[in-house]
Ligand binder design. Structure first.
Ligand SMILES: C[C@H](O)[C@@H](O)[C@@H](O)C(=O)CO
Ligand SMILES: [Mn+2]
Length: 594
C-alpha cells in the first residue's frame, strides 16, 4: 500500500536511437536497436520497485529515433505517459544532437553499446559532447568489454550504472511537485528547522506548506479524525507498545489518569499528522473535504520543542510510528517525518527512503566516545569494529522502530527491509524490542512517551546530512559505516550518562586515515549539524549520483572513487572530483532554479 499522494508514479522512458540513413543502414539496425531497448526495459522492470511497492514501469518510444522528428514524437509520448526519467540506448552511430532528449528537467543517461560492427560508443561520445555543449548534463554508460553485435545481455558494469542512474533519477522524479509539511516552525534555534522554501523549490521541486501546531488541537477538540480508526489504533497501541519505567523525579510524575489521557492524545496526534500530510477520504465522507485532501506531503517535520511540548504531550510516539514500516493497519510504507522540524535532515531521510525503499533513522549525532574515554568511565576496552571509538546516535522522536535490527535477510543477518519483505513476526519483534517510557518532564513539560530501544545488531548503514551554506548553497555529507552492538556492561553505563529514555544506535564510520575520515573523531568533528539521517545499506554512491542530478555538491564522503557516477560533463570541470563537483554544481545551478 503506497502512502496516498496526488500525481502519477513516474515512468522510465527508453529511447532507442538509430542511424537515420534509410535504404540500407537503418533497416539493418532496427531490430537490434529495438531489442536493446526491450532488454533494458525488462532489466529495469525486473530489478526495481518504488517505495510504495509499485513495480517500476518503462515506456519505449514507438519507433527508433533516427532524427529530430522522431525525437519530438518520442518526447510527446513520454509527456503523455508521465515519464520522469530518460534512458537513451543504441548499439550504433546516430546523429548526436538530432536524436537527443532536450527536456532540461528530466534526468538523462545514454547507454552506448560497446561493439565494433556498428559504433555505439563513438555515438555516445558525440552525444555527450552535445549534451555538455548545450548545458544539459547527461550520464554516459559504456561497458568496459566489447560485445558482439546482436548480443542483448547487459554486462555487470553496465547493469550497475543503469540501476544507479534509474534509482536516483526516479527519486528526483518522485520529489518533484510534492510538498514538505512544516507542522509548527522553528525549534529551539535549530537552523534546519527554519524551513527554507527557496531551497526546497529550487533544488528539489518541492513546495513548502506551513501549518501551525494549533491545527492539531483544533482537530482533537472538534473531533476531526476517524473515530473508528482511533479506537483501533489505541487498542493496538495498548497491546503492542509497552509503557516503560517512569524515570521522572517523583514530584513531576503524573498519575495513571493523566497518562491514559496522554496516550490517547499521542495516538490522535499520529492520525492527525498523517491526515495533514497525505489526506484521508474518511474525513471527506465526514464532511471535512478541505482537511481530507491533505497537503500532498512526501515528507514533513514536527517542531514540537518548545511551544507544543511545554504544553502538550510530545510527538515521539507520532514520529516513531509514522517513520516505521508498520502501525495498527499492518505493514506499510514508512513516512518521512523529521523531529524538531529539522527539514534538512528530513530531506536526507527522504533521499534514503527513495533510494532504498526502507524506513530511516533520525538522530542527534550526539557523542564521540574515544577508546580512552570508554575505558575511563566503564573500565572496559572497546574491541573489534569499535576499537577506534564510536559515535552515539540518539534522539527522542523520529527514529523508526525498524532500527531495532530485528528483521533478517535469508542468511539471518540483521537488516532493514522494504515493507513488502517484512514479515508479521519481524514487525512483532521490532515492537517487542521497544518500550515507551514516560517522557522526561524536565525537557517535555507536557509529557508524552519516548521510544526506547537499542539497535541490536551490526548493519551496514550510511549517515548523511544536507547543510545550507550562505554564499554557496546546499552541500551534502555522507559517511558509510556500520551500526555496532556494545556489550551490555558498556552500553548501559554510556547510555545512563545521556538520555536513557531515548533510542540508541552506536555507529562506526568507515575511516581511511585522511581528511574528514582520518578517524572516528574527525568524522564527528566534521559533521555539519546536530542531526544525521541514517539509511540501511552502503548507499553513498547512490546519494552522490542523486546529488549531482540536483546540483548539490558533496563536501564529505568515504565512497570509493571508482563508484562515483556523475554526469559526463563533470569531467570537463577538472580531474579532482570534489573540486569539479563544486564547479559543475555552481555552473548549472539548482535543477529547478530560474
Ligand atoms: C531534549 C533536548 O531538547 C533535545 O531535543 C536536544 O538534545 C536535541 O535533540 C537537539 O537536536
Ligand atoms: Mn535533536
Amino acid at each position: 500500500m503506497a502512502n496516498r499522494l496526488i500525481g502519477e508514479v513516474p515512468m522510465v522512458g527508453i529511447r532507442p536511437v538509430i542511424d537515420g540513413r534509410e535504404r540500407g543502414v537503418r533497416e539493418s539496425l532496427e531490430q537490434q536497436v529495438m531489442d536493446l531497448a526491450k532488454a533494458a526495459a525488462t532489466f529495469i522492470e525486473s530489478n526495481l520497485r518504488l517505495p510504495g511497492g509499485e513495480k517500476v514501469e518503462c515506456v519505449i518510444a514507438d519507433t527508433c529515433i533516427g532524427g529530430v522528428a522522431e525525437a519530438a514524437m518520442c518526447a510527446a509520448k513520454f509527456k503523455k505517459e508521465g515519464v520522469g526519467v530518460s534512458l537513451t540506448v543504441t548499439p550504433c552511430w546516430c546523429y548526436g544532437t538530432e536524436v537527443m532528449d532536450t527536456d532540461p528537467l528530466i534526468p538523462k543517461a545514454v547507454w552506448g553499446f560497446n561493439g565494433t560492427e556498428r559504433p555505439g560508443a563513438v555515438y555516445l561520445a558525440a552525444a555527450l559532447a552535445g549534451y555538455t555543449q548545450k548545458g544539459l548534463p547527461a550520464f554516459g554508460i559504456y561497458g568496459r568489454d566489447v560485445q558482439d553485435a546482436g548480443d542483448t545481455t547487459i554486462p555487470d558494469d553496465v547493469q550497475e550504472k543503469i540501476l544507479r542512474f534509474i534509482k536516483a533519477a526516479l527519486a528526483v522524479a518522485q520529489m518533484s511537485g510534492k510538498s514538505y509539511l512544516s507542522i509548527g516552525y522553528s525549534s529551539m534555534g535549530i537552523a534546519g528547522s527554519m524551513v527554507n522554501s527557496d531551497f526546497f523549490q529550487d533544488y528539489l521541486g518541492i513546495r513548502t506548506e506551513f501549518v501551525d501546531s494549533t491545527e492539531i488541537l483544533r482537530r482533537i477538540d472538534e473531533g476531526i479524525y476517524d473515530k473508528d480508526e482511533f479506537e483501533k489504533a489505541l487498542k493496538w497501541t495498548k497491546e503492542n507498545c509497552k509503557e516503560g519505567l517512569d524515570r521522572n523525579k517523583p514530584e513531576v510524575q503524573v498519575d495513571h489518569t493523566r497518562k491514559e489521557h496522554e496516550w490517547e492524545t499521542v495516538v490522535k496526534m499520529t492520525l492527525i499528522c498523517r491526515d495533514m500530510m497525505i489526506g484521508n477520504p474518511k474525513l471527506i465522507d465526514m464532511g471535512y473535504r478541505e482537511e481530507g485532501l491533505g497537503r500532498n506531503a512526501i515528507l514533513g517535520g514536527f517542531q514540537g520543542q518548545r511551544q507544543w511540548t511545554d504544553y502538550q504531550p510530545n510527538a515521539d510516539y507520532t514520529e516513531a510510528i509514522l517513520n516505521s514500516s508498520f502501525d495498527w493497519n499492518g505493514i506499510r510504507e514508512a513516512f518521512v517525518l523529521a523531529t524538531e522540524n529539522d527539514s534538512l535532515n528530513g530531506v536526507v531521510m527522504l533521499f534514503g527512503h527513495l533510494l532504498t525503499n526502507t524506513s530511516q533513522i533520525f538522530s542527534d549525532v550526539r557523542t564521540y566516545w574515544s577508546p580512552d574515554a570508554v575505558k575511563r568511565v566503564t573500565g572496559k576496552e572497546l574491541t573489534g569494529k569499535t576499537k577506534d571509538g564510536i559515535i552515539h546516535l540518539i534522539n527522542s522522536g523520529s527514529t523508526t522502530l525498524d532500527a531495532t535490527a530485528q528483521q533478517r535477510d535469508i542468511e539471518g543477518n540483521p537488516v532493514m527491509k522494504p515493507f513488502w519483505e517484512i514479515s508479521e513476526d519481524e514487525m512483532q519483534a521490532c515492537l517487542k524490542n521497544t518500550v515507551w517510557p514516560p517522557a522526561d518532564r524536565e525537557y517535555f513539560r507536557g509529557g508524552g512517551f519516548s521510544s526506547l530501544f537499542k539497535t541490536a545488531g551490526e548493519m551496514p548503514v550510511t549517515m548523511s546530512r544536507i547543510n545550507l551554506v550562505k554564499g554557496q548553497g546546499p552541500v551534502l555529507q555522507i559517511a558509510e559505516g556500520w551500526t555496532v552492538e556494545l556489550p551490555d556492561d558498556i552500553h548501559e553505563i554510556l547510555d545512563e550518562r545521556t538520555n536513557p529514555t531515548w533510542p540508541t544506535t552506536w555507529f562506526v564510520p568507515r575511516t581511511n586515515g585522511t581528511g574528514a575520515f582520518k578517524d572516528v573523531y574527525s568524522v564527528m568533528a566534521n559533521w555539519g549539524a546536530n542531526h544525521g539521517a541514517i539509511s540501511y545499506g552502503h548507499i553513498g554512491a547512490d546519494l552522490i549520483t542523486l546529488a549531482s542530478m540536483l546540483r548539490i555538491p558533496v563536501c564529505m564522503h568515504n565512497v570509493d572513487n571508482d563508484d562515483i557516477f556523475r554526469p559526463s560533463a563533470w569531467a570537463s570541470f577538472g580531474e579532482d572530483k570534489e573540486g569539479a563537483d563544486y564547479r559543475a554544481c555552481n555552473t548549472y545551478g539548482p535543477l529547478y532554479g530560474i
